[in-house]
Write a protein that binds this ligand. Structure first.
Ligand SMILES: [Zn+2]
Length: 192
């Protein structure tokens, strides 16, 4: 006959899950800072763009250019400097900021100041409904039928069969499958 155990829930550990039933978890992604600004499309701006592979837009065809850059982070000092600089100086400055990358260059009909957008991306993780309760099982010792070793029931291992079915109660020492009979108390029988 196999060694049989009943593992009961530690009643003191039962706590209501405030997110019970929820199927979504939101986590904060990385802040993304986007900077838009305009510069007058002078010959010097064109030369800078060509040199740095930002493309080339004929100053005779387009008078004002709008640039969008993405930055990893933005300090107060950086913001101050941004508003002080103009045209080619501003373009050179934003381009030189560590971690900056250009998103787009286009023409603009009007000259606008520096616009800073900060996007806090929220990522959603979908999952099966969260349990109603948090709880822990009492820590009892079990004995392997095969090798006779005694250990905490939490050390029992699980594995998957070839067909995806679960194999449980594997002895952590001799790896015998169903090395003892363990029944776990159901939370539905203790908390409502
Ligand atoms: Zn064993």
């Amino acid at each position: 006959m196999k060694n049989e155990y009943f593992v009961s829930i530690d009643k003191k550990s039962i706590k209501a899950n405030p997110n019970a039933g929820s199927t979504k978890t939101f986590i904060h992604g990385i802040n993304e800072i986007k900077i838009n600004f305009c510069v007058f499309n002078t010959g010097k701006v064109g030369a800078f763009m060509l040199k740095n592979n930002l493309g080339f837009i004929n100053p005779l065809a387009v008078g004002i250019l709008q640039f969008s850059f993405r930055l990893k982070e933005l300090s107060r000092g950086l913001i101050k400097t941004l508003y002080k600089k103009k045209d080619l100086g501003l373009l050179k400055y934003v381009f030189s900021i560590k971690g900056s990358s250009i998103i787009c260059v286009g023409s603009s009909n009007s000259y606008s100041n520096v616009v800073i957008d900060e996007d806090m991306h929220l990522q959603t993780i979908n999952h099966s409904p969260e349990d109603k309760w948090f709880y822990k099982y009492k820590n009892i010792k079990v004995r392997c039928n095969e090798c006779g070793k005694r250990f905490s029931h939490t050390k029992l291992e699980c594995d998957e069969n070839y067909d995806g079915s679960l194999i449980s109660s594997i002895c952590p020492y001799c790896k015998t499958v169903y090395c003892c009979e363990v029944e776990y108390e159901e939370i539905s029988e203790v908390a409502k």
